[in-house]
Design a protein around this ligand. Structure first.
Ligand code: CTP
Ligand code: MG
Length: 176
């Protein structure tokens, strides 16, 4: 039987890492304003240093708090330091996947904010999980295809709700 609570505790660092830059992003652009071979920006104005740093820091911190207070509720095979390591990997992967999405959108000529189902809303979680699975292959026994399907659906639903809310609160230009 799929343990949904376990899956949520597992992927929460990636969700936090992806959401926090909307609140704390800013400062220098990750691509420093530089253009790629096609004359378009490498990543664009939406990818900032503050966003990258705050996302990784808060995602990792969230993972550390979860590991400290709910260690027995998920991934029994991993000790607390490994759970924190996992949260760091998920956070780095989430931000890397998000930037990869921007890179792909810029190459396809889409401006920042242009909606794109997979690239915008789901790529970050797939890259985060891929990086985590690379280092902790045993994670797959907790996830599996069913778990992956649940995480994908939950990520989509959360992403849509969070961005709608961020837009309503005037923290984001577009509601997606
Ligand atoms: N953000 C940031 N730094 C990052 C990632 C995100 O500062 N590394 C912030 C930016 O303020 C951005 C917001 O989070 O506007 C939302 O990110 P996202 O939806 O990924 O940006 P988009 O405007 O959709 O741009 P893109 O097309 O490049 O995804
Ligand atoms: Mg976007």
């Amino acid at each position: 039987m799929l343990d949904l609570m376990e899956l949520v505790l597992l992927v929460l660092p990636a969700w936090v890492a992806n959401a926090v830059p909307v609140l704390l992003g800013g400062g220098p652009k990750l691509d420093a304003g530089a253009k790629a071979w096609d004359g378009k920006r490498w990543l664009g104005d939406s990818k900032t240093v503050n966003g990258l740093v705050s996302g990784i820091a808060c995602g990792s911190a969230a993972g550390a708090v979860i590991a400290a207070f709910a260690a027995n509720s998920y991934l029994p095979g991993l000790d607390v330091p490994a759970k924190v390591g996992l949260a760091v990997l998920l956070s780095v992967g989430a931000l890397f996947g998000d930037a990869l999405g921007s890179f792909i959108k810029r190459r396809r000529g889409m401006p920042p904010g242009h909606p794109s189902l997979v690239v915008d809303k789901l790529l970050f979680i797939f890259v985060a999980l891929a990086l985590a699975l690379l280092v902790y292959p045993n994670l797959w026994s907790a996830l599996g295809w069913e778990g992956l399907a649940f995480v994908t659906a939950a990520t989509y639903a959360l992403h849509v709700s969070f961005n709608w809310l961020a837009h309503a609160l005037k923290m984001k230009k577009v509601p997606w």
